[in-house]
Structure formats: C-alpha cells, structure tokens
Design a protein around this ligand. Sequence first.
Ligand code: SAH
Ligand code: SF4
Ligand code: F3S
Length: 558
Amino acid sequence: MKVYLETFGCQMNELDSELVRGHLLSLGYRFTSSPDEASVVLFNTCSVREQAESKAYSRIGIVGKRKAAGEQIILGVLGCMAERDGADMLRRYPQVDLLCGPGELDKLPMLIDNVRRTEGIRARSLPSTDRVALAGNKSRRSATLAAAEDSLEALDLGRAFEPRGGGSDRSAYVRITRGCNKFCTYCVVPYTRGAEVHRPPDHIVDECKRLADAGVIEVTLVGQTVNHYVYVHGSATAVDGSEAPQVGPGPAAFTAAGLARLRTGGSKVTTFAGLLHRIHEQVPSIQRLRFVTSYPRDFGDEVLDVLGACPRICRYLHAPAQSGSNRILKLMNRGYTVEEYREFIDRVLAKLPDASIAGDIIVGFPTETDEDFEATVALVRAVPFKNNFIFKYSPRPGTTAIERFADDVPTEVKKLRNNQLLAIQSEVSADVHKRWVGQAVQVLVEGPSRASQDVGESASDLTWGATDGPGVVSAPNSPVEAGARTVGLRVLAGQPAGPTRRAPGTAPGATQLVGRTSGDLITVFDCPAGRSITDLIGTIVTVHVTGHGSLILQGSLV
Ligand code: SAH
Ligand code: SF4
Ligand code: F3S
C-alpha cells in the first residue's frame, strides 16, 4: 500500500506529518511522492485562513474525480480542517473516507485499517465512529488528568530517529507544547488544537538527544506561544509514575506573583528559559537551537539572558505583533499594547543587538480604519523586522471575531493595505539585510537554490535581488511558509520569472546554493569549482557577504 501525504499549514502540521509518516512506515506502509501512484491519499490540512482551506478542498476535488472514474483510493483528511469541519465534511465530500483531527493522530492507522477492510470505496457504509477520530468538544477539556492521559504523547515519543540521508535531515522540529489557551479573537487554533498542553522537559530533552544522535544539528522547538512554556514537576504523572504532559496555566501565571504561586510548596518548575538552557547544556551536538512562535507578552529577561549566554541558541525571534493599533490589538484580544510590544523589542535589541526579529501582521481586521493601519505602518517602520508575514483578515467560523464583528473592511482595501505594507516591509527588510554586507556569516546549507533547480545550468543568470517593489515579496498562503526551512525557497519562487541580471560575483555555470544564517537570513552563494554540493549540504559553512536583496544575502564561500 503506497501512501501519499501532503501537508498544509504550520510547523506543527509539518511535524505531525513527519510523526504520522514514521508511524505508518513502522507498520509496513510505503510512501510515494506522486499522488497518482498512491492507494492511500492523506491531506494534513490547515484552517487558519479560508485560502488554506480552499487549497485543500481543491485537492480533495481532484481525488474525488479519480474515485468517480473508478480508481480505488482511500482518501483521508487529517489536521485542523478535519477538526473544524467535523463529520459534516463526510456528507459534503463523499469521496472522503476518513477524518482524523490533530489531537487524534495516533488513531490514524486504525482508521485506515477499518476503511481498508471495507475495500475503501465502500467505506461509506462504515459507521462514522470507525472512520472518524476527532477530539470534538473534549479538545477543550482542561483537567490535568485529560492531559496526562493524552495518548498523543505516544506519537511524539514513538518518533523514528533513523537518519534518512539528505540535507533536510540535519534539521528537525521538536514539540514543546500542543494547543493554545490565548483565544485571539480571529484564530481557530484554540478550537482545532485544543487546550494548551506542555510536554515534560525530560521527554523534550530526550527527543533532542536522539535526534542529535541521528545526525540532526538544528532543532526548532515548536509551540504556539513557546515563551509561555512552563512545567510544574510532580503535578502530573502517567500510570507508570513517570512525568506526563500537563495543561498549561493561563497568562496570569507569568507575572512574578503567578510564577511564585506555581512554586508554592517547593514545587520545582521548569520555565522556558530553563528548558532552553538545559537543552543547550545537555545536547551540545545540536549546533543551532531555535524556537517558534514567541508571544510578545511575558518574554522575560531570563530568556534573553540564556540567549546571550548560550552560543548555540539562535538569536532569532518570530514574535508576531499582528497590528500596530492599540484599539485593534484589544479587539484581537492579544493582551499587549503597541508600547509594550516596542518595549519588548527594545529590550531584546539592548541585550542582543544582533538578534533577528520576524513577525506576522493581519491587515483588514474588522473596523480597521486608515488611522489604525497607519499605526501598523509606523510599527513596521520602527522595528527592524527581517521579514513580516502579512495576512489579510479571514473570518473563521467558530471564532469570537466572526460572531462579534462584521468583516467590514472591503476586499479591495485589504488588498491595498496588504500591498502597501509589503512594499514598506520590503524596504525595512532590505535595510536589515544590508547591515550584514562585508561580514562573515555562518550558513547551514540546505541545497541548490530554487533558481538553480528550475533552470539548471543557466541558474547563475538569475537575479536574487528581491528588492523590486510591491508584489515581488509575496505573502505566504499559510504560516508553514514562515517555517524555519521553507520560507526562502517559496519567497524566492515568488519572484518574477525569467533571467534578469546576474547576481554579483556569480560564476557562469556554477550551482548556486542556499542556506540560512543563525538569524534565519536566507543566504545564497556559488558552489566553488572542486567542491562537492552533496558534501556541503547539511553542513555549516562560513560565507562572506558581498551583496543583498530585501530577503536574501549574497556572498561567497570562505
Ligand atoms: N501562535 C502564533 C500564530 C499562529 S497562526 C502567534 O500567536 O503568534 C499564524 C498566523 O496566522 C498568525 O500570527 C496570524 O497573523 C495569522 N492568522 C491567524 N488567524 C488568522 C485569520 N483569521 N485571518 C488572517 N490571518 C490569521
Ligand atoms: Fe492563535 Fe492567538 Fe493562540 Fe497564536 S496565540 S495560536 S494567534 S489564539
Ligand atoms: Fe492548524 Fe497550524 Fe493551521 S495549528 S489551523 S495547521 S496554522
């Protein structure tokens, strides 16, 4: 049985797909990169914006046509869309055989098996309980016990660690929290991923060690608001007495008094800073330790001090501001003001002047006026963001915002604000990148650049100067593209097609390689004659920066 698995959405989904893949492989399934060859097609979906859902629906439509033409395919929808749409999706899309929410992925093999036993095509006759695993309203059940019983932890613990070859194996995601308790009014995540659950530090450190043993040199810790990670030891145990995942406290815990309360009775607490420090010290072969996403509130100096003291922790923060208007931030329920956001960034840059800051912005949130938008423009101009992912507000069913506010900013205005902000961000990004010209940077090599792959030998004739104004720097469709590894290639792919001018210092015929600095700046350089591309991929090299675009550094290998 060959399986095709396609992933939409954030790093969380990428990681889930990797775990699902490992689980199915261990059960004898084989994978293919071509949907046409597969007898099981799985889409791991995202609900964060309507556009993300439309993409998945169009794929579901294609498989539907193949099934109508008589092909025997098992079609499974996994992830946040499955959870959000619920079993209703089976009625509206009868080609879908099974649904599996992000909190139930450990049950996927059983669901596939159930459908297989009825020969796929007749799956509709199966009771939905045999082909649907969704957390439903229990996903917000917040008892400690529910988290301790979290069978999903088994999926992370059962991760396959064998090296698979290729440069991408050098980087891996490790989950530190699941779910989210913040309830920003526009966001589906607290409903699709459920209550915030924090994994025991031992599990996380052990996973990092095993990944390092398998050759991983870059680990990205993932969670929706990583700096709110906190684990109170001794309060949640599994049946065998070992520590178990536990439900995270609300934001109130992150004041000094709140943390003191967590420590009452002498309870030992591992904070986010403590976790970072522990991984840095205990897994020295991880050369780059990153984390996403940071919440701009409650980002204590303790974390910044750890970043300052630990050279292998990347000075890179993805800390979405979402808006520069206090009125809108309040309607979004973000829990901070623009002044607090600025204070946070100032504090970061005072302690870590070379830190790289990235973010997300939503334009066209309900009631957003020109004045509100101008406040966002002012924020983007004031903070040295290396990049910002700019999204047009998309009303999501089930969220507070869709119920409370009309989506009253016209599409045209959203588009205009989006393009205006992209153009401004492009200038800001160019300034940030410019600072590195003349310096030497450490680059983890990912592979041949997209341009090299697209046009082969003539790659070096393509320009990398992504400074050409609005529209060039395309906003990603989903936050997966904000992920540590995928953004560059996609953003570069968004550039105008066809050769333009030759990048400075590019030798004709040389293959251009792409990688990232520890601050997550995309860097391109030519593979020098006599050096093997495969040997360079997955290693950290020194690149002398000779030029820049708004989203890339250009340089040569030292
Ligand atoms: N936990 C992260 C964000 C996860 S969702 C945080 O709080 O920073 C990734 C991004 O998608 C968000 O930062 C936001 O900018 C965007 N987003 C979420 N819901 C959206 C919606 N309904 N419309 C448009 N953009 C949205
Ligand atoms: Fe969504 Fe807000 Fe949670 Fe981020 S913090 S996942 S935007 S609810
Ligand atoms: Fe879910 Fe991630 Fe999308 S949590 S809604 S897949 S952004």
